[in-house]
Ligand binder design. Structure first.
Ligand code: NAP
Length: 249
């Protein structure tokens, strides 16, 4: 317990699903968590939930649209200045805009890549200077088994998530000698708004393919992210931790 006391963490996409569960998990371990998303209203209930869960860390919310590339660096620098440090970055914000490749528009492709991949690069670049100066950092990027296996109807999404894996490994190689680790977590089917849009028929088709025979809970992914942000993972970098009930093996 309290493994992240005095650590300052940024979690993107912290208002819902995996990012919300991760924000709470890190705050339970004592971190000061800055959770961001586009919708400030959805974020606004997070501090009260942290208090209900008796989190010993602090939960702060700050709106950011991670696609707004001209704002990212300033947003990160303000956090470093307000909280004195940035120890952990969880690049979790993500979207889908599914469609068959023959029908996919440039806008569908670009929107997904800007949200799921370009933002990971820009936030990483922005926090890296603070982490390198401190000679400590933990970066955890959320990819997907779609980025490993590919998925029909998700050429944009799978490409963005495969890009996150390449970025993760490259950043790990660049920054490890400065005390910064960079890893990825690849969820399978997790019960969030992202998978709630799937029809019951599709869910029934997918479930038997998962060796553990069920969709995962956001908290089960959050636990893996919290591990990669914790001192226990100090000798792990450049890895992709798959959290998918055994679907991809
Ligand atoms: P979710 O429930 O749809 O939540 C997505 C989060 O990202 C929300 O907090 C959303 O908040 C935020 N977000 C989206 N666009 C944003 C933007 N431009 N700027 C800032 N925040 C933004 O999704 P989830 O299932 O928790 O997914 C979290 C991550 O896990 C994603 O990267 C996703 O690709 C990955 N993943 C999920 C699954 C799954 O089965 N659920 C599987 C594999 C990978 P706002 O809408 O308010 O901005």
């Amino acid at each position: 317990m309290a493994e992240l006391m005095d650590r300052v963490a940024i979690v993107t996409g912290g208002s819902r699903g995996i990012g919300r569960a991760t924000s709470l998990a890190l705050a339970r371990e004592g971190a000061t968590v800055i959770a961001c998303a586009r919708n400030a209203e959805r974020l606004s209930t997070l501090p009260a939930e942290a208090a209900d869960q008796r989190c010993i860390g602090k939960l702060v919310t700050r709106a950011l649209d991670v696609r707004e590339s001209d704002k990212v660096e300033k947003w990160v620098d303000e956090i470093a200045s307000d909280f004195g440090r940035i120890d952990i970055l969880v690049n979790n914000a993500g979207i889908t805009r599914d469609g068959l490749v023959m029908n996919m528009t440039d806008e569908q492709f670009d929107d997904v890549v800007a949200t799921n991949l370009r933002s990971v690069f820009q936030l990483t670049r922005a926090v890296a200077k603070h982490m390198v100066r401190a000679r400590f950092g933990r970066i955890v990027n959320i990819t997907s088994i779609s980025g490993i296996m590919g998925n029909a109807g998700q050429a944009n999404y799978a490409a963005s998530k495969a890009g996150v894996i390449g970025l993760t490994k490259s950043v790990a190689k660049e920054l490890s000698r400065r005390g910064v680790t960079c890893n990825a977590v690849a969820p399978g089917f997790i019960k969030t708004d992202m998978t709630n849009v799937l029809s019951e028929k599709v869910k029934e088709q997918v479930r038997p393919l998962i060796p553990l025979q069920r969709f995962g809970e956001p908290e089960e992914v959050a636990a893996a992210i919290a591990f990669l942000a914790s001192p226990a993972s100090g000798y792990i970098t450049g890895q992709v931790l798959v959290v998918d009930g055994g679907l991809h093996m």
